[in-house]
Design a binder for this molecule. Structure first.
Ligand code: ZN
Length: 148
């Protein structure tokens, strides 16, 4: 006999609102612990959460965080370089100042935004696929559960 399948949506233990809040504050998307990045190392993501063991690094899917680089480039362009160009265009700053700001900012801004871009990329993934989180019954990855 075939088991009855419910078409009712399964309630999420971790909601999309919680995923956004955790992503914006660089917390584990699964449990909310402050363990996404290593202490005293700005550019080092922990391989997994120290609280719940959720794996941040994706063995076998090295390209996963390429999206965070694209996000970082996009935010640098729209959030810093475009405003500098507009300031120069409208004569608020001189061309030399704008070039100096653009060159310096194109290096410094992505470095400062690095942690947010990683965290926001994880947030983006689990916002659209919240059922992949272990707290919501998934395995953390696509293809690991019936909800792929
Ligand atoms: Zn966790």
């Amino acid at each position: 006999m075939k088991p009855a399948v419910s078409s009712a949506p399964v309630a999420l233990r971790v909601t999309r609102g919680q995923i956004i809040a955790r992503g914006l504050t660089h917390r584990c998307p699964n449990c909310g612990a402050h363990s996404l990045f290593r202490e005293n190392a700005w550019f080092r993501l922990n391989s997994d959460c120290r609280n719940c063991g959720f794996a941040f690094e994706r063995g076998g899917d090295e390209g996963f965080f390429l999206g965070s680089m694209s996000l970082n480039y996009g935010v640098t362009l729209m959030g810093f370089l475009l405003p500098v160009a507009l300031l120069a265009f409208f004569g608020v700053v001189s061309g030399r100042v704008a070039v100096g700001l653009a060159v310096g900012g194109a290096v410094i801004f992505p470095m400062l935004f690095y942690r947010s871009s990683r965290s926001w990329w994880l947030m983006n993934y689990y916002f659209f696929l919240p059922h992949h989180l272990p707290a919501n019954g998934g395995t953390g990855r696509a293809g690991g559960d019936a909800n792929t």
